[in-house]
Design a protein around this ligand. Structure first.
Ligand code: EAX
Length: 333
C-alpha cells in the first residue's frame, strides 16, 4: 500500500512539473473496416497500420479488424466518437447522417474519372469537409477510394433508364441513395453491406450497386447474374480517427499518424484502381456484363435532375458553389 501511494505521488509530481499528462508509452489502437481482407479498404488499413508503427518506432500498434467484425460503417463511426475504437474508413455516404454536406460527393454522374475526384477531394473544399467532422468528435484524415459504383441484379441486364423499373435495390444507409434509386423507378432498401450477401441470396432484394472491388471481394457474383456498367456515382471513403484517441498521443505521435495517413492514401488509391481494372475482366467470366451507353447514362442523369437540384439546395450554399467551381476547374474531359 505504502509503495503504491508513493509511486502515485511521484507520477503526480512529474505531471505537475511537465504541466501536461505524459503520453502513454506503448499505445495499442484498434481499427475496423467493413469489407474483407482483399478489398482496398482493408489493404489500405493494413498499410496505414504498418506506417504508423514504423513512424512511431513501434510506440503505437494498430490492430486491424476487417470484414465488419466490429460493426458496420455507421456503428464503427459511433464507436470512434465514443472513443472505444481508434480508426475506421466508412463511405462518405454513411457520414451524411452526421453532416449532410457529405452528400455532395455522392451526387450522381458528376466526376469524369478518378483523377477528377482526386483533384476535387484533395483541394480546399475536400479539406473543409474533413475539418467539419471535428465538432463531431472525429478527425477526418484523408479521402480514400471505394470507386465508381455499378449495378448488379438477378433479374435482367440494365441497359436503359426503363430497365430500373420495379427492381428492389439495396442501397447504403443514406437518404440521397434512397431517393436516387426511387427516382430511377426502382425500390431502394437501405441496409449495411455486411447483411447484403444473404439478402441477395434469399432474394429479399434483387440487386445492389458497388464498385467491382466490392462485388468481387464480397462474392456477389455467386448470387447476381447481371452486372451493368452504370458508373452512376463515385464513392469516396474517409479515413477517420477518434478525437478521443488522438488526444492520448503527444504532438509528435499525432503528426506521425497524419503523415502515415497521407502516405497510405497514395497506396490505397493505386491499389483500388489497379484492382478495379483487373477485377472487371475476372467478373466478366462469372457474370453477364453489359456496357451502358453514354446516351443512356445521360438519360438517367436527366431523370435525376430534380433530385440533384433539390439536394444542392438543401446543402450549405457556399460549399455547393465551391464544390461546383472545383469540379469545373478540374474536368479531365
Ligand atoms: O464502406 O456499403 C457499401 O456498399 C460500401 O460500398 C462499402 O461498405 C464501403
Amino acid at each position: 500500500m505504502y509503495a503504491i501511494a508513493r509511486f502515485g505521488a511521484a507520477v503526480l509530481s512529474t505531471t505537475l512539473l511537465l504541466g501536461t499528462l505524459p503520453a502513454v508509452a506503448g499505445v495499442t489502437a484498434r481499427m475496423g473496416t467493413s469489407l474483407p481482407e482483399e478489398h482496398p479498404q482493408t489493404l489500405g488499413a493494413r498499410k496505414f497500420a504498418e506506417l504508423v508503427e514504423e513512424k512511431t518506432n513501434g510506440e503505437i500498434e494498430v490492430k486491424v479488424f476487417s470484414g465488419g467484425v466490429l460493426g458496420n460503417d455507421v456503428n464503427m463511426t459511433s464507436m470512434l466518437q465514443a472513443g472505444t475504437l481508434s480508426f475506421t474508413v466508412p463511405s462518405t455516404a454513411t457520414l451524411a447522417s452526421l453532416n449532410k454536406n457529405f452528400s455532395i460527393i455522392s451526387l450522381p454522374f458528376q466526376f469524369d474519372d478518378e483523377a477528377h475526384a482526386d483533384a476535387v477531394l484533395d483541394g480546399e473544399v475536400g479539406r473543409s469537409l474533413l475539418d467539419s467532422l471535428d465538432e463531431k468528435g472525429l478527425e477526418g484524415l484523408e479521402f480514400w477510394e471505394n470507386g465508381f459504383r455499378h449495378l448488379t441484379n438477378s433479374r435482367r441486364p440494365v441497359e436503359t433508364l426503363e430497365d430500373f423499373n420495379g427492381l428492389k435495390i439495396r442501397v447504403m444507409q443514406n437518404d440521397l441513395y434512397i431517393d436516387l434509386f426511387n427516382s430511377l423507378g426502382s425500390n431502394a432498401i437501405p441496409m449495411p453491406v455486411n447483411e447484403l450477401f444473404t439478402a441477395l441470396e434469399t432474394r429479399t432484394v434483387d440487386g445492389q450497386e458497388n464498385p467491382y472491388t466490392v462485388i468481387s471481394s464480397k462474392r456477389f457474383f455467386e448470387v447476381q447474374p447481371y452486372l451493368s456498367q452504370t458508373a452512376h456515382a463515385y464513392d469516396a471513403l474517409v479515413l477517420l480517427a477518434s478525437k478521443k484517441f488522438m488526444a492520448q498521443l503527444d504532438a509528435e505521435q499525432q503528426e506521425a499518424v497524419r503523415q502515415a495517413a497521407r502516405e497510405a492514401t497514395l497506396y490505397q488509391r493505386q491499389i483500388s484502381r489497379d484492382l478495379n481494372g483487373k477485377l472487371l475482366s475476372e467478373l466478366s467470366d462469372q457474370m453477364a456484363v453489359n456496357a451502358v451507353s453514354e446516351a443512356e447514362r445521360m438519360r438517367m442523369r436527366a431523370a435525376l435532375g430534380d433530385l440533384i437540384a433539390r439536394y444542392q439546395a438543401s446543402l450549405d450554399a457556399d460549399l455547393v458553389a465551391r464544390f461546383g467551381a472545383a469540379l469545373e476547374a478540374s474536368r479531365t474531359h
